[in-house]
Write a new protein. Structure first.
Length: 269
């Protein structure tokens, strides 16, 4: 069921999430600034999904809907081109994270996401599948490699098994794409997250603090969040997302006008 937000909250989101024609995203530099401002954003979600999105920011309108034939749509095509350029530039984090959510993360937020979904090196043998460990072993030796070569070097002949293992490593923020190549054939170049963002990956943070800061980051640019929204946007469980929002109320950063609803105390932030 669609949620109706107060007009002032929609306008607040229009401004912060670039859902206005005058502020729509056109360049990779603008996209990186947008991601830094909101802290984290989906890549190609439309108005049917909650949260900030590169695609919606490229469209510059709150009611943007991804068409069925994306290849012939100039807005979705431009968002896709920007995504590839952002990945290549390597100034913000990009990967398929919790629950298969493809997201951009600003460098300042990496430590918090990794505190929730990452694992330590000593946990790798018990937490990672054999295929994921095989891929990781190759990348720690080579640092960067295309999909076909990585499959060969890791000894994973089955394409589905390889994709599952890569997704596993992405979800734990260990491996990320560093480039998308289209010629002579389409492939991703894979690298270690610690190679691109060594300082942020090395930062230590407890899970409780991480959830609080993720909740703060979202609410600061959303203005208000309704039941289940933070969980849907980030991949957090609803109980844990609720704890993060409740901690913001205790701080005086937010108020809760109704059960499950949280609103910024000051919308001028």
């Amino acid at each position: 069921m669609a949620v109706t937000l107060p007009p002032e909250i929609e306008e607040y989101r229009d401004h912060n999430w670039h859902r206005e024609g005058a502020s729509r995203i056109e360049t990779a530099h603008q996209a990186e600034a947008f991601i830094e401002r909101v802290g984290f954003a989906a890549c190609l979600t439309d108005s049917r999904q909650p949260g900030p999105s590169l695609y919606i920011a490229v469209c510059g309108r709150r009611d943007a809907v991804m068409p069925h034939n994306v290849q012939k749509d100039p807005e979705s095509s431009h968002a896709w081109v920007l995504k590839d350029e952002i990945v290549r530039r390597g100034k913000v984090y990009y990967g398929k994270l919790a629950r298969g959510k493809t997201m951009f993360i600003a460098p300042r937020m990496i430590q918090y996401f990794r505190a929730v979904w990452g694992i330590s090196k000593r946990e790798e043998n018990s937490r990672l599948s054999p295929s994921a460990r095989s891929i990781l072993k190759v990348l720690r030796r080579e640092w960067e490699m295309g999909t076909a070569d990585l499959r060969k070097e890791s000894g994973i002949s089955d394409r589905k098994e390889f994709t599952k293992a890569i997704d596993e490593l992405q979800a734990m923020m260990i491996v990320m794409p560093s480039e998308v190549v289209y010629s002579p054939k389409f492939t991703y170049i894979w690298t270690l997250a610690e190679g691109r963002f060594p300082d942020q990956i090395a930062e230590k943070c407890d899970r409780k603090t991480a959830v609080l800061e993720i909740a703060r980051c979202f609410l600061k640019r959303a203005g208000m969040t309704y039941p289940g929204e933070l969980a849907r946007v980030t991949g957090l469980s609803r109980p844990e997302a609720g704890l993060g929002n409740q901690a913001l109320v205790k701080e005086g950063f937010a108020v809760s006008p109704a059960k499950g609803d949280y609103r910024l105390v000051d919308l001028s932030i």
